[in-house]
Write a new protein. Structure first.
Length: 149
């Protein structure tokens, strides 16, 4: 998570979050340049930021208020959920080819079904035999019943 995102989530100014992270690095004897990056400001100017791993993000915000810490924890959960659902890239040529074949077959099936839609009903009204005619002439008051002809 970047120091810029931490600043947005906590409502702090970005330079203050950068300063706080510098104090964390100093206390832990970590070189902050390993986490350095840049972003483009609104005027197109490049400005520094830090991209922090989860452990340093948590360490940094543990000195902040409870609501701020909670926002950061919720954001980390979102980020981790995205990486769990992200597709994995093939690691070998063979895996890449197998993935390509699988995707091509899925595309073929999709194209076939879009060109050949299945009807909702397998039967048309013409394929259902008509009901036999009813003979109402044999109906009595005593309930003798209806006779099919």
């Amino acid at each position: 998570m970047s120091t810029r995102e931490i600043a947005e989530l906590t409502g702090k100014q970005h330079p203050h979050v950068m300063r706080d992270f510098a104090h964390v690095c100093e206390a832990l004897e970590i070189d902050p340049s390993k986490f350095g990056g840049v972003y483009l400001a609104g005027n197109g100017e490049e400005r520094p930021l830090f991209n922090l791993p989860k452990d340093l993000t948590t360490t940094l915000v543990s000195g902040y208020s409870i609501p701020m810490r909670h926002k950061i924890v919720q954001r980390w959960i979102e980020l981790e959920a995205k990486t769990e659902t992200a597709p994995t890239l093939p690691t070998s040529y063979r895996e890449a080819m197998l993935l390509a074949v699988e995707r091509y077959e899925q595309l073929e099936v999709t194209e076939f079904h879009s060109k050949n839609p299945r009807p909702y009903l397998e039967y048309s009204p013409r394929s259902i035999p008509p009901c036999p005619p009813l003979d109402f002439s044999r109906i009595t008051r005593g309930g003798a019943g209806l006779v099919l002809g």
